[in-house]
Design a protein around this ligand. Structure first.
Ligand code: NAP
Length: 326
């Protein structure tokens, strides 16, 4: 192995153009860590937030962007028991995915599911960890419940629709065009609502309200979400694309026994992420291997074209996941 690697760095906070190719020293795996020779790396909205300067990497994480990758284990650190050099893995990363080599904790890697390409495998971890922990653990979604996920065509949305549908929930979603709505319904949504043309609150109210809402929009959606919840409903917030501040009448929370919660994945402990990985291995990887769920792939860009990949992500023209080829 060479002592240096190709990577993409954030040269300063800003637009996609601040992503520039660079050369970095090869990372060295510490205790419990594996070094992955990255084949493909996933691109996610949090990468764009980090690039813009509003989502700093947690202490100890690489400053390079990239929260997920798939590839082959190239080296293992002390105390690694789960993987050997040469194993094909996909993994959640604390950062550093936009590079030829990336480090992660051994318990945050999963085998590449049977039948999936490396490009598909690279698109799994960030959204599947996020959806599992927020929809099924925090949000306690059960079969037969009415589930509303906003941004249905996003990486998160396409994952949430498929998983909730596979687990027997009734899935409703919002998206910004007829093409996106059709894609969401093909993935298992009972009804995709074009939010530019219809009021999601009215559609959900006619169904009896949502038992669970997964939201990334916030802002004006917050009071509308609270109103759209059924009694005992739960609202799980994973981002605030429209902003986090709003005036809200909390009496409804009390009177209708609602739960408002949320989380971010990246700052959670290694142990917490390992629990999510173990849950995914048990409950979700078999569904992928059986062909019942697959990541929705939008476009593959060369690593050096990371700026174009970010521009596409932020244009919101995409449906599903964007990945980089190393
Ligand atoms: N909390 C966590 O741990 C966690 C982890 C991963 C991602 N996230 C968040 O989850 C969201 C989805 O992530 P992703 O990687 O799947 O992103 P993505 O593919 O870029 O999807 C974002 C989608 O949101 C929709 N949208 C609705 N309202 C919007 C608005 N006001 N501004 C911009 N887009 C809007 C857009 O589709 P339309 O055309 O339909 O509007 C867009 O395609 C992001 O906000 C991300 O930060 C949170």
């Amino acid at each position: 192995m060479s002592e240096t690697m190709r990577a993409i760095e954030i040269t300063k906070p800003g637009g996609p153009e601040v992503l520039k190719p660079t050369t970095r020293p090869l990372p060295v795996p510490g205790s419990g860590q594996i070094l992955i020779a990255v084949d493909h790396a996933g691109v996610n909205r949090p990468d764009a937030l980090q690039r813009a300067g509003s989502y700093a990497p947690p202490p100890g994480a690489s400053d390079l962007p990239g929260l997920e990758a798939a590839g082959v284990v190239a080296a293992v650190g002390p105390d690694v028991t789960r993987w050997n050099v040469g194993d094909a893995v996909c993994a959640l990363l604390p950062g550093g995915g936009y590079a030829q080599y990336a480090l992660t904790h051994q318990d945050h890697a999963l085998p590449v599911p049977a039948g999936l390409s490396m490009a598909q495998a690279a698109a799994l971890c960030e959204t599947f960890f996020t959806v599992w922990s927020n929809v099924f653990v925090r949000g306690r979604l059960k079969a037969g419940e009415r589930f509303l996920v906003h941004g249905g065509s996003s990486g998160i949305g396409t994952t949430a629709i498929q998983l909730a549908h596979a687990m027997g929930a009734r899935v409703f979603t919002t998206a910004g065009s007829a093409e996106k709505c059709a894609a969401c319904e093909a993935l298992g949504a009972e009804r995709a609502i074009n939010y530019r043309e219809a009021d999601f609150g009215e559609v959900i109210a006619a169904e009896g309200g949502a038992d669970l809402i997964l939201d990334m929009v916030g802002g004006s959606y917050l009071p509308r979400n609270v109103k759209a919840l059924a009694d005992d409903g739960r609202l799980v917030q994973i981002a605030f694309l429209e902003g986090p501040k709003v005036e809200l009448n909390f009496a409804q929370v009390m009177m209708r026994r609602l739960t408002i919660t949320g989380s971010t994945l990246r700052p959670q402990s290694d142990a917490a992420k390992a629990v999510i990985a173990a849950d995914l291995a048990t409950h979700v990887w078999p569904l992928i291997a059986a062909g019942r769920i697959a990541p929705v792939m939008d476009q593959v860009f060369a690593l050096e074209d990371a700026a174009a990949a970010h521009a596409r992500l932020e244009s919101s023209a995409h449906i599903g996941k964007i990945v980089l080829k190393l």
